[in-house]
Design a protein around this ligand. Structure first.
Ligand code: SAH
Length: 258
């Protein structure tokens, strides 16, 4: 008997950013698995069991949910933002690849959510209006040298860059090192956007320039709940009296064949 496993994206935090599909999957699951603070965002339902686990236990959490679903139950694993972006959907797939053959019979549904970079971008205009890429700055799951190589390649190729996992207690220096690295390719005036706890209590947005990004990170208290967008040389800032500046990357790149 094989059940159903939904890997559900909760969005950045604001309940208005939870899709109807995600809401339905959370409503029909017999059990929810996830990082405690994400589970805390979901209204309690009688008869629904919750299994909270630590953020570093992704593989074990995915395996526990798969074992449960393999017994015939409808189970949901939750992720902040989108489950496919630096999150649980890949952890579930990895467990299916290496786990018992019967896990391949489980009906798997990956239910998308609004990822942090889209929520942050929307607060300031359209910084992702042209080509962009996303990088995790966490060197827990890859060597720092790989991060440096990717920062060089992305900035050198003119991408706008969204930085996930910029800072944590265990990784205090990486963000400043990334700004230094990007400064080798980008002008000091390249726009930098910080979005902290977007859609949640304590939300903060800051727009600055690469030359001042380190100071702004300290001022707004950049942390694990912060996403950083570093503009390309084409990204523009429109100042507005009494309002947050608008940041956008034009639809057409320099040299476009218009
Ligand atoms: N699956 C998530 C990302 C997980 S990695 C998603 O799609 O958004 C965790 C990182 O996401 C954090 O370190 C931060 O960079 C970013 N993040 C998640 N929620 C956020 C929020 N509400 N505001 C700003 N950044 C957020």
């Amino acid at each position: 008997m094989s059940g159903r496993l939904a890997v559900v994206g909760l969005g950045p935090g604001d309940p208005r950013w939870l899709t109807p599909e995600a809401e339905a999957a959370l409503g029909s699951a017999a059990a929810l698995y996830g990082y405690g603070p994400y589970l805390d965002r979901i209204p309690q339902r009688s008869g629904q069991v919750r299994h909270a686990s630590d953020n570093r236990e992704e593989g074990a959490r995915a395996a526990a949910a798969l074992r449960h679903a393999a017994g015939g139950a409808e189970v949901a694993v939750v992720s902040g933002g989108d489950p496919g972006v630096f999150a649980m959907a890949a952890a579930v797939c990895a467990e299916i690849e290496t786990g018992p053959p019967e896990w391949r019979d489980i009906e798997l549904a990956v239910i998308p959510g609004i990822t942090a970079m889209l929520a942050v971008a929307a607060q300031v205009g359209a910084p992702l209006g042209h080509d962009f890429c996303a990088l995790s700055l966490s060197d827990n799951l890859k060597p720092w040298e790989a991060i440096e190589r990717r920062l060089d390649a992305a900035a050198g190729a003119g991408f706008v860059i969204a930085l996930y996992n910029p800072v944590s207690r265990a990784r205090p220096w990486q963000l400043a090192a990334a700004f230094e690295r990007l400064g080798r390719h980008l002008p000091a005036t390249a726009p930098v956007i910080f979005g902290r706890a977007v859609g949640r209590i304590g939300e903060r947005i800051a727009v600055t320039r690469l030359s001042a990004a380190r100071e702004t990170a300290a001022e707004i208290g950049a942390d694990m709940a912060t996403l950083v967008i570093v503009g390309s040389p084409e990204t523009r800032v429109i100042e507005r009296a009494g309002r947050r500046p608008l940041v956008y990357t034009p639809r057409a790149a320099a040299g476009a064949n218009l």
